[in-house]
Design a protein around this ligand. Structure first.
Ligand code: ZN
Ligand code: ZN
Ligand code: ZN
Length: 348
C-alpha cells in the first residue's frame, strides 16, 4: 500500500482515512487515479478537489454504513463506488453486529481492489459477465452455515471471519500461522484469476502442472484426503499446509502470498524503509534457487525486510510478524505467479 499525503496540508494520511486529522479536510479516494485526495464542498452538495484539478464528485452511498471513503464522479449512474458496487449480497441495515463485520470486510476488499488495480490485473463485474464475472457475497453465518470460498467468480465471505475472537479460535484449530480477512480475500481472488492467468495460456499451464500438480484430479477426493490425513512435511514444497490439498488451493495460497509480498514491499518503499546489512545478505543467502528466477531479487529484498520486522516485533514482546519460510520450490511457484500476473497486466 502506498502512503498518501493530505493535498491541503501535506500531512501523512492513510488509505482508509476520510478526514485529515491535522487540518480537518475531507478526504476521498479516487479509484481511477488510485489516489487519496482532499476535497472541499462546492456549495451544491457535491465535492471539488482541493488541488484545483477539474471535476465534481460525490461520496459513495456506503460512506456511513461501510465507512467507505471512495468517490464517484457526480454524474455517475451508480450510487455505489467501484468497490462497493461489486458486493451483491450483504447483511440488512438492521443486523447491527453483521453490519460492523460487513464494514470491516469492505475495508479489506478496498485494499484488495487497490492492489489488483495497482498490479494491472483486470476485473470484470459480474453484471457484465453473469457466468464468470466477479462479485462478492458477504454473509453472516449466525443461525446458518456459510462457507468462505470462490465459485466461478462469486467470492463468498463468512462475516464471522471479521470477529477477532472467532477468527483467532479457528486459526488455532487449524494450526495456521496467520489468518486475516484480507488474507482470505487475497486467496479467493487468486481462484478468480486462475483461468485468466494460467488456464488460457498453454505454456504456463504446462509449467503449472509440473510445479503445482495436475489440477484435473478430483477436488472432492483431494479434500477428503486432506482432512483425513493432513500433510505434515509440506514446508519444503508448499507455502502453507492448506496449499497441499489440491493444486488449485496451492495456486490460491501462493497467489495470496504474492500479494502479501507485493503489498508489504510497496508499503516499505512508500515510507522510505530499506534494510541494509546484515539482514540483506542473510535474505539473499536464505534460499538458493537452482535456476535464477525473475522474482529472485524481490524475494531477497522481502526476506531482508521480514527479518528486520520480526526482530522489531520481538523487541516489543510480540511474536514474529512474518512466520513463514519460503523454500526454493515455493519461490519458483511465486515466480510463476509473478510472470503470469505480469504477462496479463502487460497486455492491457
Ligand atoms: Zn490535511
Ligand atoms: Zn464504496
Ligand atoms: Zn481456496
Amino acid at each position: 500500500m502506498e502512503a498518501f499525503r493530505c493535498s491541503t496540508c501535506g500531512q501523512l494520511v492513510f488509505f482508509d482515512n476520510s478526514v485529515c486529522l491535522q487540518c480537518g479536510s475531507a478526504l476521498g479516494y479516487l479509484p481511477a487515479e488510485r489516489s487519496l485526495l482532499a476535497f472541499a464542498p462546492d456549495g451544491d452538495g457535491s465535492w471539488e478537489r482541493v488541488d484545483g484539478a477539474p471535476g465534481r464528485y460525490r461520496n459513495c452511498a456506503n460512506l456511513q454504513i461501510a465507512r467507505c471513503n471512495w468517490m464517484l464522479d457526480v454524474d455517475d449512474a451508480e450510487a455505489l463506488c467501484a468497490s462497493c458496487v461489486l458486493t451483491s449480497v450483504r447483511p440488512s441495515d438492521d443486523e447491527h453486529e453483521a453490519i460492523a463485520a460487513f464494514a470491516a470486510a469492505e475495508a479489506a476488499k478496498r485494499r484488495l481492489l487497490f492492489q489488483v488495480a495497482d498490479l494491472g490485473l483486470p476485473i470484470v463485474d459480474r453484471r457484465d459477465d453473469p457466468d464468470a464475472g466477479l462479485t462478492f457475497e458477504f454473509l453472516s453465518s449466525r443461525g446458518r452455515s456459510v462457507t468462505t470460498g470462490h465459485e466461478s467468480g462469486v467470492i463468498t465471505l463468512d462475516l464471522s471471519e471479521s470477529d477477532d475472537a472467532h477468527r483467532e479460535f479457528v486459526r488455532q484449530q487449524l494450526g495456521e500461522p496467520y489468518r486475516t480477512v484480507l488474507g482470505h480475500l487475497r486467496h479467493e481472488i487468486g481462484h478468480y484469476y486462475w483461468p485468466m492467468l494460467v488456464e488460457r495460456h498453454a505454456d504456463l499451464l504446462t509449467e503449472f502442472r509440473d510445479l503445482f500438480g495436475d489440477e484435473r484430479v478430483s477436488y472432492e477426493d483431494a479434500m477428503s484426503d486432506h482432512y483425513a490425513s493432513p500433510a505434515n512435511d509440506w514446508e519444503t514444497t508448499h507455502v502453507s499446509q492448506y496449499a497441499t490439498m489440491h493444486p488449485w488451493e496451492d495456486w490460491a495460497e501462493t497467489f495470496a502470498h504474492y500479494l502479501h509480498i507485493h503489498g508489504g514491499l510497496q508499503t516499505a518503499a512508500s515510507f522510505g524503509l530499506t534494510v541494509g546489512e546484515p539482514s540483506l545478505t542473510a535474505g539473499a543467502a536464505a534460499w538458493s534457487a537452482p535456476v535464477p528466477v525473475e522474482i529472485g531479487p524481490t524475494v531477497a529484498e522481502w526476506l531482508a525486510l521480514t527479518f528486520a520486522l520480526n526482530g522489531m516485533s520481538r523487541s516489543i514482546g510480540e511474536g514474529d510478524l512474518y512466520p513463514f519460510v519460503l523454500s526454493p520450490t515455493v519461490v519458483r511457484k511465486l515466480d510463476l505467479v509473478h510472470r503470469a500476473a505480469t504477462a496479463v497486466a502487460s497486455t492491457r
